[in-house]
Design a protein around this ligand. Structure first.
Ligand SMILES: Cc1cc2nc3c(=O)[nH]c(=O)nc-3n(C[C@H](O)[C@H](O)[C@H](O)COP(=O)(O)OP(=O)(O)OC[C@H]3O[C@@H](n4cnc5c(N)ncnc54)[C@H](O)[C@@H]3O)c2cc1C
Length: 505
């Protein structure tokens, strides 16, 4: 038995990152670890982060979450994708939905046939071939793993939830598995003089908490990773110009949409996230191109329901920590970096950091090769997501100064190569372990009007009649099966309706 095994883990911060880490580590390594989480109610949490991607269901499986119970507890709803309004040109909209698009045939992606069909005049809008999009546009949802009697995948989904209720829900799971919570403000940090590692943190009560591994989930301030260890930050604000968000919850108007909306504005964009008890809204913008007052006024003018609270400002700086793991501190969540909430990837990056922490779990030697390997993988994940987000800004045809600058800026070479390849050939290759799959890239490239010069020659293997029939069959299957689904509201009511706020359970 290795006697340098780590026993004491201290998690600094109790937002989404802190409680996800506590829930996952206590569920998987709880027998070997003493897990203590420290948080300060006085400081509070960032209070946003309410839309997710389907990979979160793996996390739920890992920590043993019952999905209906989780949705009920977090006033949650289901998410089939994102509708992007006015992103390419004002007046246009497209969806980036999860799951399959049509059906691949003869080794090539479905959209190669669709591109040919478009030239031949037999293709309908691309969303008509997606089960997720057809369900989303008709406000329908059900858990359907496969379209019956076909080779087509069923519904692929993620969630929207109330961020505060999510942390509370995870806290319940983590505490059940033995993690403990201490309330208090961290006011001091002590280091081991020999290697510079963090030895303990001190609270305003005077209590000192020692640890061997520290997980910094303290949010943007990066209490240990930055304020103490001065790790440094890689700044991406020259590519991702937005630096502030205004958030405001509103009353629901109409039944909940089973998707997020993202509406482009003159200097940024606005989110709408439907929950059972309210809608989350926010306007992400660049202060170089719009004042905070203007941004707030625009948000309040474009929300659908009555505001339930005063608008709140959240400044941020896009980029990532130079090293997510430094000495005996691993940063998770906003302390490790922040790209942009546009494709709901932050919570995924927390989950990803936790999964990789478990696979690279250190001992007290903190072997540098292991630390370096972890950091390389995290950096790769961040950079690939960064490219995908930049694409949304870059591929636009709008004429405001903000959008013109985004269109004309130099983008990372990795992104430039992807765009060039798609424009020339209609092809997209997913790099190893990259989060967004080819069909996700296709929906955004196509949705924002990047038109390939040609399509794959194999798409010519069908006659025009065969091609039209192939496209028509998929369209019919998708439309008929989507029409049979219950509405999203009916599905929630039947399976996972939450208590109305204020009503005792
Ligand atoms: C505008 C915006 C929109 C977003 N939308 C999405 C989205 O739709 N989807 C998504 O996946 N992500 C989104 N995110 C990101 C998401 O909000 C975060 O990834 C997630 O909430 C995790 O935050 P956190 O736990 O790292 O930080 P926080 O929530 O800020 O938590 C920090 C914790 O540290 C504690 N703390 C700090 N300092 C001290 C101290 N001195 N002593 C004791 N405790 C301390 C605080 O009390 C708190 O508990 C969004 C972010 C922003 C800014």
């Amino acid at each position: 038995m290795n006697d340098s095994r780590i026993r004491d883990v201290v998690i600094v911060g109790g937002g989404t990152a802190g409680w996800m880490a506590a829930a996952a580590l206590s569920a998987t390594m709880g027998e070997q670890l003493r897990i203590r989480l420290v948080e300060s109610e006085q400081i509070g949490t960032v209070g946003v982060g309410e839309a997710t991607i389907p990979a979160i269901r793996l996390f739920n499986g890992l920590v043993g979450i019952d999905e209906n119970e989780f949705i009920r507890a977090t006033q949650g709803s289901f998410k089939l994708g994102i509708e992007f309004i006015d992103w390419g040109r004002v007046g246009e909209s497209y969806m980036h939905v999860f799951g399959q698009l049509g059906q691949s045939l003869d080794l090539i992606e479905f959209w190669q046939y669709w591109l040919r069909g478009r030239e031949e005049g037999v293709s309908e809008p691309i969303g008509h071939y997606s089960f997720n999009e057809e369900a989303a546009r008709n406000l329908r949802f059900a858990r359907v793993p496969r379209i019956p009697n076909t080779h087509l995948d069923g519904i692929s989904y993620a969630f929207h939830f109330d961020a505060g209720l999510y942390a509370k829900f995870l806290r319940g799971l983590a505490e059940k598995n033995g993690a403990t919570r201490t309330e208090g403000m961290i006011t001091g940090v002590s280091r081991n003089p020999e290697n510079g590692h963090i030895r303990s943190i001190t609270l305003d009560s005077g209590e000192e908490i020692e640890g061997e591994l520290f997980i910094d989930c303290s949010g943007f301030r990066g209490l240990l990773i930055e304020q103490e260890l001065e790790t440094g930050y890689v700044d991406w604000t020259h590519w991702l110009l937005c630096d502030r968000a205004i958030a405001v919850p509103t009353e629901n108007v109409g039944p909940p949409r089973p998707y997020t909306q993202s509406i482009a504005h003159p200097a940024g964009w606005q989110w709408r996230i439907p929950l059972q008890h309210r809608t989350g809204n926010g306007h992400v913008f660049s202060t170089e191109y719009m004042s905070e007052d203007e941004a707030t006024a625009l948000l309040l003018k474009t929300v659908e329901g009555k505001p339930l609270a005063d608008p709140r400002t959240i400044p941020f700086k896009t980029g990532m920590r130079r090293k997510a793991w430094n000495a005996n501190v691993i940063a998770l969540g906003l302390s490790s970096g922040f790209i942009e909430p546009l494709e709901s990837t932050s919570i995924h990056l927390i989950q990803n950091g936790i999964a990789k922490l478990i696979s690279h779990f250190p001992d007290r030697e903190f072997r540098q090769a292991n630390v370096d390997a972890y950091n390389r993988r995290i950096e790769y994940d961040y950079e690939r997501i960064r490219d995908f987000i930049i694409l949304h800004y870059h591929a636009n045809q709008r004429d405001e100064a903000f959008w013109t600058r985004c269109r004309e800026m130099d983008v990372p070479d990795t992104l430039r190569d992807k765009i060039d390849l798609f424009r020339a050939t209609g092809r997209i290759f997913r790099e190893q372990e990259e989060l967004f799959v080819e069909v996700g890239w296709f929906q955004v490239l196509n949705g924002q009007n990047i038109v390939p010069e040609t399509y794959h020659p194999l798409a010519d293997a069908l006659t025009k009649e065969e091609l039209a029939g192939f496209l028509r069959d998929i369209r019919t299957i998708v439309a008929n099966n989507a029409a049979r689904l219950p509405t999203h509201a009916e599905f929630i009511a039947a399976t996972c309706a939450a208590q109305a706020p204020g009503v005792p359970a």
